[in-house]
Write a protein that binds this ligand. Sequence first.
Ligand SMILES: *[C@@H]1O[C@H](CO)[C@@H](O)[C@H](O)[C@H]1NC(C)=O
Length: 479
Amino acid sequence: MHISRSLVFLSLCMSSVQSAIWQGWSKGRSAGVPPGNTALDDWVEKQEAISLKVILSNINPPGTRRGFFAASLSTSDPDYFYTWTRDAAKVAGVLVHAYDTSRRTDLHDVLIDYVEFQIGTQQTTTLCQCLGEPKFNPDGTGFSGEWGRPQNDGPAVRASTFLLLSQALSQKKYVTNILRPAVYRDLDYIVDNWATPSFDLWEEVLGVHFYTLMVMRRALLQGVAFSRSYEDAIHAANYQGTIGSIEERLESFWSPSRNYILATQDRVRGYEKPSGLDIAIILAANQLSGSIGGSSSSIKDGFFTPDSDKVLATAAALEYSFGTIYPLNQDLPSHLGIAIGRYPEDVYDGHRSSQGNPWFITTSAFTELYYNIILAFKARPTDITVNHINRPFFVKFDSQAVPGKIYVKASDEYNLLLADIAASADRFLATVKYHEQANGSLSEQFNRWTGFQQGARDLTWSHAALISATRARAGRPLA
Ligand SMILES: *[C@@H]1O[C@H](CO)[C@@H](O)[C@H](O)[C@H]1NC(C)=O
């Protein structure tokens, strides 16, 4: 919040909100005072620990089946007390990373429970009668109400997480006997269904989505390496062939006239979004930063990776769009970054339809993207060259960034560019910090006018996204 806006707001509202504002101020969060990286470093360390704690407290709460990952503990307005295959897989991915780096045995057991619960959902009867059933009850049975189904990114993200876990575990028998059949089920489902319309990750649009195809491609890339490790040439060839078809389709989402990647094709049902812009593109790119599939197989091949020209262009378009539509983003103090939402036309306010808001997941995703971009540039042997496609990204840091301009690797100008990108990444994180609750709680959204939290409290994915971003900041992005 900008101070003048807070003051206006302060005079309008109730005491509970007032106390929240005062808490913010007493912690020295007043506008215009750059916190400096040390302050942010301290916060990051504390917040990572809080977020991990919240994630664990949202897993297997009393009365639920072991391995149940609640999307949030909120049971009414909104009721998020379910497990979504997508959310759970993303959260479990963060836990695999934490387990892999800390070897905490409690995380090991949580992950084994996760696998068991998920295998149960693969086999239980659902309305979808397919692996794209999006959400499950706390006892592991399929949700039986009306819903947008199938959602085919779910099995893909789950297969990716299972495959990451297979690398982190030392029990190879478990991997072979338990994980392998589960992974093949999901991957074979992708091979059969990748081109069929399904609901997007926001559960609103039935169509073919860039995001969904990207997570499928990643899972299949991991799957190729995995099946080769079993000398299983048949699965490997099958997955490799599908990757080729998916890649060809993915290329067609680029819009040369708009200079960004469009979210959806073949819309059958759901919102018509005239802009075609969606943060899902950034989430899709962010999963291509770590070194998944082991050291032998890299997904950092430039194919819609964070540093690729088309992703850079799309990021610039999204930032510009959210910068203009949210009142909160007007007259931002210099230490804050633009609050980012899901897509410009969004009307879901966390409870019902009115006006969409910025989210924590999506604002954190920008921090993650920017740090991933830096890591990718550093890993390149070459200079950075501005062209007609990526120019909107570079021009934010350098008004002289015209097509043809070259940042010579390791030159002062190059280093300055990377430092500017890092400072910008930290500003998005400062925005998350500014709008979180004083005790580190992160809901789903924060209000587009006031900045106060809104929607499901302590959304598990919000905390996972925060950790994902801070890991990239630490130079250890999630695989
Ligand atoms: C923060 O405080 C709220 C109550 O105001 C509580 O519901 C929430 O669980 C707390 N979060 C954390 C991370 O302690």
